[in-house]
Ligand binder design. Structure first.
Ligand SMILES: Cc1cc2nc3c(=O)[nH]c(=O)nc-3n(C[C@H](O)[C@H](O)[C@H](O)COP(=O)(O)OP(=O)(O)OC[C@H]3O[C@@H](n4cnc5c(N)ncnc54)[C@H](O)[C@@H]3O)c2cc1C
Length: 185
């Protein structure tokens, strides 16, 4: 069955960005249509539920100081927030093994992996310096970096497999408030 629908603006993708853009346009009186490839909206945010009702977030979950827009939007929409940990031991689950670290740092996989992790983290920080937060599309290498996944970047720049895991965890730790300790990963 084919349907026809005319509109002023088509938003491609119903992740948070597309939905928010559509919300702004609709509020301004624009006739907007959101096209989403999947059977659900939300994109890289997805909450799964266990039979007992507890939940786990498979995608975006934390907001931290500085993410004022998303915090404001959550408040506006009545989406509740609750505190997360930033202190205590770090617990890392890896291949079924539970590793606890009390020194405020993620478990290491040897000196080579640690050094490679530090190099990768410094390189990522250097890249971040080149991206203006208020207009990230104006960064000199915006198009190239926008087309690169974190996995691709790590595979190209970080040798030891063990070291590739840690920058991802650092990033998630940063999103959690700039600390990598005090949670279960
Ligand atoms: C594991 C994980 C943890 C994260 N944790 C955090 C966190 O704690 N805090 C935080 O702030 N951020 C976090 N993020 C990042 C955050 O989830 C994303 O930045 C945000 O959800 C991106 O939203 P978006 O709408 O820009 O893109 P997406 O969520 O990727 O949405 C894009 C949408 O467009 C659709 N689409 C793509 N192409 C087409 C097409 N051609 N036609 C139709 N539809 C299309 C896709 O199906 C998708 O639904 C995390 C991400 C991941 C993966």
């Amino acid at each position: 069955m084919s349907t026809q629908r005319s509109c002023d603006v088509v938003v491609v993708g119903g992740g948070l960005s597309g939905l928010y853009a559509a919300r702004l346009l609709a509020a301004a009186g624009v006739d907007v249509l959101v096209l989403e490839a999947q059977s659900r909206v939300g994109g890289r945010t997805l909450t799964g539920h266990f039979a007992d009702g507890t939940f786990v977030d498979d995608g975006g979950q934390w907001v931290s100081p500085g993410q004022d827009c998303i915090v404001g939007l959550a408040e506006e929409l009545g989406v509740g927030l609750f505190p997360s940990w930033s202190e205590g031991a770090t617990v890392c689950w890896r291949a079924g093994e539970r590793i606890v670290s009390n020194d405020g740092f993620l478990p290491q996989d040897g000196d080579a992996a640690f050094a490679a992790t530090q190099t990768a983290a410094a390189a990522l920080a250097g890249m971040a310096e080149m991206v203006p937060p208020e207009a990230p599309w104006m960064a000199p290498r915006a198009e190239e970096w926008d087309a690169t996944t974190l996995h691709e970047w790590l595979a190209a720049h970080v040798g030891p497999m063990a070291a590739r895991r840690l920058p991802c965890l650092f990033l998630l730790g940063g999103l959690a408030g700039g600390r990598s300790s005090g949670g279960e990963t």
